[in-house]
Design a protein around this ligand. Structure first.
Ligand code: FAD
Length: 385
């Protein structure tokens, strides 16, 4: 083990690990980030399509994502990096009473948190999204403050700025275990050696369960496969991210938006889930999603798809992330189980973890940590996964 003692070792240079390293380094700490892959963001981060919203149904996620929105929307100006931030908003559309009811019910909770989200009837929604199929459209929610950014450009920006501020990064190195003395973390072991630290942050995404097991801990994170795709860039014709919650054979909801580059990116939630770590794209995905997208927005029939890919959601039993200190092993912190929202949660979680390591938590942080505790009852279910 090296003699240098890092303020924290972060396992995973992904959607969570990178902003965490940035906020720690900005606060004057020296974290070491270790990732098994060759460069930043090569796990689930690069598979995300880039949606960022604060319009959730739980206080913890709203709190974290409001912070994330602040970070993403001001990044270009603050640090000069192009991350393709675009404030196009989000819209959950309703063509059936079932979705209309569910979305309207949620609005009460969301208004309680002061979120800028409203219900638009069919005609009003068509003014915001003229390309929607008007047949049977009841209406939908519209939250103009939400937006999108490029996951890979953001990952690189967090990486570059963290490094500039003194964070250390080791790529192509696998964490294999922790080193403990009298029930406390004193270091971490990898396939290349060992590093001294009293704080280890498990931000290993879909691999979080195995990484926790290396420390003798158990955490309920199960990866499942999701596919996505991107089209050629075209002139802007749609502003918000559109989410269609109606299930169909083989899938639940799907969502898509037009990036700041003009390309349309899209993905679908398979039903039943495809559990496992298979990241090979399939020929089933496009025939499944294309008719649904064209049905919702007929003019998409003329756009050409350039590429599809497959990535992993790190899922938890209730659809909420798991963030907090281990009670069994002093110095071990979990920041895992981000499900389908780790990109948008990343900066919020990262700044919270930086405060946690510095013993500088706010009362809102404490509340968030209670909701996302590794020791909560996993009985509830997130309404807008
Ligand atoms: C198709 C698709 C679309 C998505 N769209 C969105 C979206 O629009 N918005 C959104 O917010 N989220 C989206 N997501 C979800 C998002 O990608 C994930 O929630 C997020 O990337 C998880 O972040 P993470 O940091 O936990 O994991 P990752 O980003 O996977 O980072 C974990 C890192 O840990 C490293 N690691 C693991 N084990 C070890 C080890 N033993 N040693 C060293 N390194 C290790 C991995 O190499 C990896 O780089 C999408 C996901 C998919 C698949």
């Amino acid at each position: 083990m090296t003699t240098k003692v890092y303020d924290a070792v972060i396992i995973g240079a992904g959607s969570v690990g990178l902003p965490t390293a940035f906020f720690m380094a900005e606060a004057g700490l020296e974290p070491l980030v270790i990732d098994q892959f060759a460069s930043p963001g090569q796990g689930s981060n690069k598979a995300a399509i880039g949606g960022i919203r604060a319009t959730h149904s739980a206080r913890s996620k709203i709190h974290l994502c409001l912070r994330s929105l602040e970070v993403f929307s001001s990044w270009g100006e603050a640090y000069g990096d192009e991350i393709e931030w675009y404030r196009g908003g989000y819209s959950f559309v309703a063509y059936r009473e079932r979705e209309e009811r569910a979305l309207k019910e949620l609005l009460n909770t969301q208004h309680g948190f002061g979120l800028d989200i409203r219900w638009l009837d069919g005609d009003e929604l068509l003014e915001v999204i003229p390309a929607l199929n008007p047949d049977g459209l009841i209406g939908g929610t519209y939250s103009p403050r939400d937006g999108s950014a490029s996951p890979l450009l953001s990952a690189h920006a967090f990486y570059a700025r963290a490094k500039e501020r003194g964070a250390r990064f080791h790529f192509g190195e696998r964490v294999t275990g922790v080193i403990c003395r009298r029930g406390k973390i004193v270091g971490i072991r990898t396939d290349r050696g060992g590093y001294a630290t009293e704080t280890v942050i498990n931000a290993a995404g879909p691999w979080a369960r195995q990484v926790a097991e290396m420390a003798g801990l158990s955490v309920s994170v199960t990866p499942d496969s999701h596919e996505a795709g991107i089209t050629e860039p075209v002139q802007r014709f749609v502003e918000p991210m559109i989410v269609d919650l109606r299930p169909y054979q083989g899938s639940k909801n799907y969502y898509f938006y037009q990036q700041s580059t003009g390309a349309v990116v899209f993905c679908i939630t398979p039903e039943p889930p495809i559990v496992g770590t298979d990241r090979r794209e399939t020929s089933d995905f496009l025939p499944m999603i294309a008719p649904r997208m064209v049905g919702l927005m007929p003019k998409l029939a003329n756009i050409r798809v350039r590429r599809t890919w497959r990535g992993l959601y790190p899922m938890t039993p209730d659809g909420f992330p798991i963030v907090g200190r281990s009670r069994e092993l002093e110095g071990y912190v979990l920041a895992v189980g981000m499900c389908g929202q780790g990109f948008m949660l990343g900066p919020g979680v990262g700044s919270l973890l930086s405060r946690m390591v510095r013993d500088d938590l706010t009362s809102a942080d404490e509340e968030t940590l209670r909701e996302l505790s590794p020791y909560r009852e996993f009985g509830g279910e997130e309404k807008l996964k």
